[in-house]
Design a protein around this ligand. Structure first.
Ligand code: NCD
Length: 312
């Protein structure tokens, strides 16, 4: 295990990581956090350019990749809302990717199609980072979520982790479940409305990794024993029938009352944006780490990845 093992590699799925690799990224993210606290910026990526090619809306992921690259001294080509570019004229993803590969050293891609980052990676030798592929995966979010859990508990082994909400379409929980499957959590509770379960093949994989999993639609049953409560948004943009969305959109809402039943040493996480799943009154609860920990950790993890991929 050394710092060059990620050199020039793609980050496409949580499936690609070993435990040792996750450990290295977390270690590097801590270094980046200290660096930002001490000096704000550095120039280790001076002369390198990152294209952020975002075909789907994003605030945090886009912003934190841009900030990460700039804090490392690199340059950026920020393309958000690519509907306004040549893509609107019908350009294919491989053509767009090849174009920006010739301008830049790394491409960060967000796209509505599952597997789009693999298509992009096949089109170029420049490293590609998947920043979310439709209802597929979001591996860098899983890494920052994992980093946040490790920061608080120092381990995943023995913890009870509860994933709540739209487990069918939520790519962050898909990638996080895969990462957790590398470890020995005591239990993973999957809490969703019955129409939004974790996809069978992902469930199967976690079970093959011998993770103890419970599926339920009753959040209240698991609150007292949960160490990590990870809440997600119901992904409106993935629903063919908006009536179904309306029926389930507020299936789980975390309020100060819910927090009374949550284990007092637990943490409450959310990848954001939230659209009503967590009442703002909960934000001041010390167990709520979405604003205070997860979001800043996103930048440190992305700094870690960019430096590992671009520095020899
Ligand atoms: C998530 C995403 O885009 O998958 N947001 C993020 O990147 N932090 C979660 C979501 O949109 O619900």
């Amino acid at each position: 295990m050394n710092d060059t093992m990620f050199f020039q590699r793609d980050i496409l799925t949580s499936d690609q990581f070993t435990k040792a690799e996750v450990g290295l990224i977390i270690e590097k993210a801590r270094v980046m956090r200290n660096l930002v606290a001490r000096q704000g910026t550095t120039d280790i990526l001076k002369g390198k350019i990152m294209t952020a090619l975002f075909y789907e809306p994003s605030s945090r992921t886009f912003g934190s990749f841009i900030a990460a690259m700039q804090r490392l001294g690199g340059g950026i080509i920020p393309l958000q809302g690519v509907v306004y570019s040549s893509v609107a004229k019908g350009e294919s993803l491989p053509d767009t990717v090849r174009t920006f590969a010739s301008f830049s050293d790394i491409i960060v891609l967000r796209h509505p199609t599952v597997g789009a980052s693999h298509t992009a990676a096949d089109a170029t030798d420049v490293p590609v980072i998947n920043a979310g592929d439709g209802p597929g995966e979001h591996p860098t979010q899983a890494l920052l979520d994992f980093f946040t859990i490790m920061d608080r508990f120092g381990k995943v082994d023995g913890l009870t982790i509860t994933l709540v909400g739209d487990l069918k379409n939520g790519r962050t929980v898909h990638s996080l479940l895969t990462l957790l499957s590398l470890y020995r959590p005591k239990r993973v509770n999957l809490v969703s409305p019955s129409v939004l379960p974790m996809p069978a093949e992902r469930l199967q994989k976690a079970k093959q990794a011998r993770i103890a999993i419970s599926e339920t639609d009753r959040l209240e049953e698991v609150l007292a024993t949960t160490d990590v409560l990870y809440v997600t948004r119901v992904q409106k943009e993935r629903f063919a029938d908006l009536d179904v969305y309306e029926r389930v959109k507020h299936a789980y809402v975390i309020t100060p009352e819910t927090m009374k039943h949550l284990n007092k040493n637990a943490i409450l996480m959310h990848p954001f944006p939230r659209v009503g799943e967590i009442a703002t009154e909960v934000d001041s609860d010390p167990r709520a780490v979405y604003l205070t920990r997860q979001i800043p950790n996103g930048m440190y993890v992305r700094m870690a990845l960019l430096s590992l991929i671009l520095c020899r």
